[in-house]
Write a protein that binds this ligand. Structure first.
Ligand SMILES: Nc1nc2c(ncn2[C@@H]2O[C@H](COP(=O)(O)OP(=O)(O)OP(=O)(O)O)[C@@H](O)[C@H]2O)c(=O)[nH]1
Ligand SMILES: [Zn+2]
Length: 189
């Protein structure tokens, strides 16, 4: 067992004790280690590297029309409360001689979502990574998510959703491209 994981489990034991619970009672005995492993999983994006993850799955193609990958589910952790935010990510790009392997969009989303994040930065990091990997003429990313810190505590609003978008290149400069994308993902109602 790594020292990092042991340390993290120790911190979880302290949190449990801090809540006034007995961390040695049967139901909680293994919880610090379980929680530590779960948190490591939920933040495993810190251990990942973009180039390694893409694994050269960038293919030559004459495709020069918009490609959209819609409804990629997303689980992240808000950096203010360390509570989950959950939603969907929509990605579009305008290829320029190269297309990216389909699964890599989901992998890139997860690499940045599995960290402590705010939704705005997550959206930008995904867009910039796709731009870097594909050298596309434009990249657009929209995320819509619900934040547990707004639902389970605080203002306790169950139905609000946050939408963020980052438009790069042609999606920023061309209203028509942007509109086509928003129409394709059903956001121009
Ligand atoms: N912009 C943005 N804000 C976020 C995100 N996740 C959480 N927040 C907000 O971060 C803010 C932190 O505000 P604070 O006043 O320091 O913390 P707080 O007292 O727990 O705030 P309340 O949630 O209003 O109770 C809150 O308004 C949260 O809603 C996010 O992804 N983006
Ligand atoms: Zn929060």
């Amino acid at each position: 067992m790594s020292k990092l994981l042991d340390d993290l489990a120790g911190h979880y034991r302290a949190i449990i004790e801090g809540l006034g619970e007995d961390s040695h009672r049967e139901g909680l005995r293994d919880t610090p280690m379980r929680a530590a492993k779960a948190m490591q999983f939920l933040t495993r994006g810190y251990q990942q590297d973009l180039d390694e993850l893409v694994n050269n799955a960038v293919f030559e193609s004459s495709m020069d029309e918009m490609v959209v990958v819609q409804d990629i589910e997303l689980y992240s952790m808000c950096e203010h409360h360390m509570l989950p935010f959950i939603g969907k990510c929509h990605i579009a790009y305008m290829p320029q001689g190269k297309v990216l392997g389909l699964s890599k969009f989901a992998r890139i989303v997860d690499m940045y979502a599995r960290r402590l994040q705010i939704q705005e930065n997550l959206t930008r990091e995904i867009a910039e990574a796709i731009e870097r990997v594909t050298k596309a003429k434009g990249v657009a990313v929209v995320i819509e998510a619900q934040h547990m810190c707004m639902m389970m505590r605080g203002v306790e609003k169950q139905n609000s959703r946050m939408k963020t978008s980052v438009m790069l290149g042609q999606f920023r400069t061309s209203q028509a491209t942007r509109t086509e994308f928003l129409n394709l993902i059903g956001h121009n109602r």
